[in-house]
Design a protein around this ligand. Structure first.
Ligand code: PMP
Length: 430
């Protein structure tokens, strides 16, 4: 494959955009690529770069594209909305419709506020939890990523893990001294900390299915313990479902595991590919937000009509009978196929999957937390990434990201992917 145009664009971009990209992991630095692919267009599960190369896409814009790219209903809804005007900075009925769809899907959400990104959703949810409880300290988990707000950039996953940044310059120590980061899936540790300091904890925020250290499912009983200890201490339990919301089930991880958090953060899928985030929860908490309550949060483009229409239409499609069953079948086919391919080539690999979110780690350990994820052989991952790309398979360029299957992937696409992996694993084994 030739990448001349991508290379040329990257050179131009490097001059005027920091690192040549508008979000760090896109630069593909950690896998040793000297440039990312510049994308021209995408359709269904296929993505096409600036040199005319085509790839089967398992990034799906990092999660939102659960229907695949350019779903005709979403495109139609967007064209209709655009014809009415791009933004008004005033309420529209579309905001009510998306809020209704979200509250119907996720019963723990009685009221919801739209924002523009996952980062805004988690940042605002934390402010609400602190404002409501009058407490400052928050608990998060190592390897979970909740966006780039100051207080949450502690032991964070995703790009922070990929680039090996311990925290970030520019975040004053005093901003993070109220953030405790504990090992994911370690219920004893959470109990111990909550027994000692529970009355000082505003909230526990967690990715109920962790997708930013690769994919790590919650251990049996872990989420239950979080619910129990927060209830006991009067702290709020925040599920960051920006990635897993509407992904692992229509009602998200909370439906799948039967746990009702106090506040839920959403993003990605609910915007159908447009910039959206949301946070919602029980009425008593949400009524604490301005203008109804004292906790301030605002946004010029929040509830943007284009984003609302893409979100509403996406959720309509997800609601159709059999949608998640079919996605589960495809995802199981892919995961099983990759597992067998790795076994055949005698590659040490560990696989995790929840629905259409999956992770493959080059380690013989069962990956249950960030420390386990970090035992993965990153050089082997880079070689796997590059080998797959060369065979027309577009994966996230980092060990510490999840892969996503969409409704647009067919068995044929999946079998092509497995065959590519067989060849790449065989090459790696040599
Ligand atoms: N929370 C989670 C769980 C995420 O996966 C992400 C982004 N990958 C965020 C928050 C931040 O969302 P955004 O990039 O839209 O700010």
């Amino acid at each position: 494959m030739k990448y001349e145009n991508s290379r040329k664009f990257f050179e131009q971009a490097m001059n005027i955009i920091p690192g040549g990209v508008n979000s760090p992991v896109r630069a593909c630095k950690s896998v040793g690529s000297d440039h990312p692919l510049f994308i021209n267009n995408a359709d269904g599960c296929m993505i096409f770069d600036a040199d005319g190369n085509s790839f089967i896409d398992y990034v799906g814009s990092w999660g939102p594209m659960i229907l695949g790219h350019r779903h005709p209903k979403v495109t139609e809804a967007l064209s209709f909305a655009l014809a009415q005007g791009a933004s008004f900075g005033a309420p529209t009925s579309a905001e009510i419709r998306l809020a209704q769809a979200v509250t119907e899907a996720v019963p723990s959400i009685e009221m919801v506020r739209m924002v523009n990104s996952g980062t805004e959703a988690t940042m605002s949810a934390i402010r609400l939890a602190r404002g409501f409880t009058g407490r400052d300290t928050i608990i998060k988990f190592d390897g979970c990523y909740h966006g780039h707000a100051d207080t949450l950039l502690v032991e964070a996953g995703s790009g922070v893990a990929t680039l090996g940044i311990p925290g970030s310059p520019g975040v004053p120590k005093s901003f993070v001294e109220h953030t405790l980061s504990l090992p994911y899936n370690d219920a004893d540790c959470v109990r111990e900390v909550m027994e000692k300091q529970g009355d000082k904890i505003a909230c526990i925020i967690v990715e109920p299915v962790a997708g930013n250290m690769g994919l790590v499912p919650p251990a049996h009983g872990f989420l239950e313990i979080l619910r129990e200890v927060t209830e006991k201490s009067g702290s709020l339990l925040i599920f960051d479902e920006v990635m897993c919301g509407f992904r692992v089930a229509y009602g998200g991880a909370q439906e799948l595991y039967g746990i009702s958090p106090d506040i839920t953060c959403l993003g990605k899928i609910i915007g159908g590919g447009l910039p959206v985030g949301a946070y919602g929860g029980k009425r008593e908490f949400m009524e604490y937000i301005a203008p109804q309550g004292p906790v301030y949060q605002a946004g010029t483009l929040s509830g943007n009509p284009l984003a609302m229409s893409a979100g509403i239409t996406t959720l309509e499609q997800l609601k159709k009978p059999g949608f998640y069953e079919s996605l589960e079948e495809k995802s199981a086919r892919l995961s099983e196929g990759l597992k067998k391919a790795a076994e055949k080539a005698e590659i040490k690999a560990s696989f995790n999957r929840v629905g259409s979110m999956m992770g493959l780690f080059f380690t013989d350990k069962d990956v249950k937390n960030f420390a386990d994820a970090k035992t993965s052989d990153l050089d082997l991952f880079s070689a796997y990434y590059k080998g797959m790309l060369q065979k027309g398979i577009y994966l996230a360029p980092s060990q510490f990201e999840a892969g996503f299957v969409s409704a647009a992937h067919t068995d044929e696409h999946i079998d092509t992917t497995i065959k590519a992996a067989e060849e790449v694993f065989a090459m790696l084994a040599r």
